[in-house]
Design a protein around this ligand. Structure first.
Ligand code: BDR
Ligand code: CA
Length: 307
């Protein structure tokens, strides 16, 4: 039986590949895609999500969500994703968004679900947190929450914080307190999924479909990461999706995670207690190692299966 999932995202170059991976994977049943502002403003991320599912020939409903965090100001990440979110790659426009706003739709799906639903969050956590904080009993209908978020050491936006985590730290704190397991694909994990020009060239050889081509064109716009030595760009978001499809590609550890919500320079840090120093109850699963060749094989195969 495929795992029922809601995919909450902010496409986003790496979100685009995560969406394709989810849509191409029979292990998952994508019930809805919900969109927040993040890598670019909501007008762009929503249009991108709609264009991506149209390119994939999918009829999964796409719903607009939050255009800003619960507190504080919205900030985007044009240095990595360009002003429009897909690195300047222009896709044919998709259809209109499905009716209903993200938080209402997430709650409705959970309420009506016959079996627990997995929430995948690969953008700021605002939509997911609003859904669970306005009807907390629905957490019982959540199987697990799988996030690309956080870091146990260094951030990529500030020395302390990763982009999705700092984009809405209060939302992430709500998810961590909801009582369901939260799985983290952190920056340390996604650093192991480093895409080089050679990797993109190899993907291009796998087929001639328009989604594979778009994925390669989009990924080719992402600058190499100085933080990771300048040889390639980490492919963050597909790691969270791959965990549900091929968990055997990962090692993990259960631990406690808390958010730094203070106003200082550590705001947005995920305090990941990998060595049980705090003695706090485990509320999270932290993915630690990735079989990168296995991950890239999976991704390449699945991208090549799309139209
Ligand atoms: C995360 O932030 C965004 O820029 C990416 O899409 C990913 O979700 C990485 O820090
Ligand atoms: Ca993202």
């Amino acid at each position: 039986m495929p795992i029922p999932v809601i995919l909450d995202c902010d496409p986003g170059t790496d979100d685009a590949l995560a969406i394709f991976l989810a849509l191409a994977s029979p292990e998952l049943s994508v019930l809805a895609i919900t969109v927040a502002g993040g890598n670019a403003g909501l007008d762009h991320t929503l249009a991108n999500a709609l264009a991506l599912i149209a390119l994939a020939g999918s009829s999964v409903p796409v719903h607009a969500g939050a255009d800003r965090p619960l507190l504080g100001c919205f900030t985007s990440e044009p240095r990595v994703h360009g002003e429009t979110g897909l690195g300047g790659v222009v896709l044919p426009a998709g259809g209109p968004p499905a009716p209903g706003i993200a938080t209402d739709v997430i709650r409705r799906i959970l309420r009506e679900a016959a079996e627990p639903v997995t929430l995948i969050g690969i953008g700021p956590a605002t939509n997911l947190a609003l859904a669970l904080t306005t009807e907390p009993a629905l957490a019982a209908k959540v199987q697990q929450i799988v996030l690309m978020s956080g870091a146990w050491a260094e951030g990529n936006i500030t020395p302390a914080a990763e982009f999705n985590a700092i984009s809405d730290p209060e939302a992430l704190a709500i998810l961590l307190a909801c009582g369901r397991p939260v799985v983290f694909a952190t920056l340390e994990l996604t650093a192991q999924a480093l895409v080089t020009p050679a990797c993109i060239a190899a993907w291009r050889g796998l087929g001639s479909g328009r989604c594979l081509r778009a994925a390669c064109d989009i990924q080719a716009t992402v600058p190499a990461s100085r933080r990771l030595g300048g040889t390639g760009a980490p492919l963050h978001d597909p790691c969270a999706v791959a965990w549900l499809i091929r968990p055997e590609l990962f090692t993990f550890r259960r631990c406690s995670v808390r958010m730094d919500l203070g106003p200082g320079p550590s705001r947005g840090r995920t305090l990941i207690d990998r060595w049980d120093r705090t003695g706090e109850p485990h509320n999270a699963v932290v993915l630690e190692t990735l079989d990168a060749p296995g991950f890239f094989d999976l991704l390449g195969q699945r991208l090549a299966q799309l139209p």
